[in-house]
Design a binder for this molecule. Sequence first.
Ligand code: FAD
Ligand code: SF4
Length: 462
Amino acid sequence: MNLDAAEVTPIMFAGVGGARLLYGAHWMRLLPSDFRVKTLDGICDDWPIEYDELAPYYDRVGAFIGVAGMDGDPAYPAFEYNMPPHPLGRGGLRMAKALNTLDWHWWVGANAIPTARHKAMEKCVRWGVCETGCPAGAKASFDLAYWPHAMAAGAKIITGARASEITLDARGRADGVVWIDRKGATHKQRAGVVILAANGIGTPRLMLMSQSGKHPNGLGNTSGLVGKNLMLHPNNEVLGLYDEPLESWKGPAGQPIYSLEFYETELSRGFYRGSKMNLMPVPSILRFLADFDDLPFDQRWGRSVHDLAKYAGSVLSWAGNIEDLPEEHNRVTLDSSLTDSSGLPAPKIEYKISANTKKSLDFSLARMVDMHKAAGADHVFSHNLWKEAPGHLLGTARMGHDPERSVVNAFGRSHDVKNLFIVDGSVMVTSGAMNPTATITALSLRASEHILATARDMDAAA
Ligand SMILES: Cc1cc2nc3c(=O)[nH]c(=O)nc-3n(C[C@H](O)[C@H](O)[C@H](O)COP(=O)(O)OP(=O)(O)OC[C@H]3O[C@@H](n4cnc5c(N)ncnc54)[C@H](O)[C@@H]3O)c2cc1C
Ligand code: SF4
């Protein structure tokens, strides 16, 4: 990837299960307002669907993979979780009390990490290393949550395959995918329907690589929007060091509690939309030092580290997930010289943090400091931007009714190539401030059912 023009570095993971092998498994639905930003705030675009249309799919995906959480969050319309939540732990409890004193919203974290054995997944034993892959097999990464079921139903997985082009037949319908194996040999997988799920960078890259005489700007790119409107959810963080053991090595690594107090637009703050904030336990002082690698050298070794050592197990982190608005200049294109090991053009990322996002970053940082102070932290350390983005890769093939302003329709179907579908974060019109995988998966289920329902008409629909 060429990141020379990227103010934030996107993280991806190539492998069976994708970036979910590394994800924290915070499992958050969008709020109803996220689908109606144009209507509510007069900016961006509304989604072509509303929360109520997606809610049944959120429910069914949650039941399938086993999401642990507590019913009744007043920020949401009512719905039910499938498993009881993970314990708040000492840290979560201390912080929840602090948020009560501030009278700010908080709720028990929702995680795609089963609190009891569930299908192919084991019960979480709280080791806390979820973001390097769960050694207990207790996290709903999709190598466990979906692939075994798909393979039992007849799906075949080909590993080490790099897709290089989606091909078309004489009538302009997608007829398959060309892919390159580890030895460099080229193959063609024929298909009646092609479904892209290569994430918000891989999907536009493959569409742009599939340029042809009929699609000179890339496949399905009549709108010119393929690769544009990249949204990355910049993250910030405030760490607090506390005066009592908080068992902050215990997992899950993500969100004993979260707060949506500053999620919605409040124009008196000086910016649109807002952030989701989640509490995370921080196991060790070394992790703390790794996060704060910009501290002066003398604070990162020797005596200073020994002084901090007493806080091992007593560190809590608030992290802000900031809503990023769609802007066409934030985009994925094909690099003119850099290639991958198969000789295919690497994606080039151009991404600037907007003035709106900067203000939201500053605002949420100050509120996370407030929360640590209300909880009585001895020391507070702030980080206004994680240079590495959390792997939320969104918006680069947006959905919509209008083919001139969107790439796919409300079911992820390409406006230009009727048997080509997209089922990843590319299709999101606005980003919300929630971790996106619950939404990506619910949209995928909805699109899959539509594909099944219209499979017989795929030719007629083209
Ligand atoms: C550290 C980290 C923590 C995260 N934590 C959370 C969290 O707590 N909650 C949450 O909701 N989300 C989280 N995310 C985001 C989450 O991982 C993504 O939303 C999710 O993985 C997106 O799924 P996807 O299938 O669309 O894309 P991916 O998981 O990126 O999968 C795409 C797959 O396509 C493959 N691919 C791409 N191009 C090609 C090609 N040309 N040929 C063949 N294969 C190709 C890739 O190798 C990859 O395997 C996190 C991400 C990271 C990195
Ligand atoms: S806390 Fe431990 S067992 Fe639970 S998901 Fe994380 S790594 Fe797996």
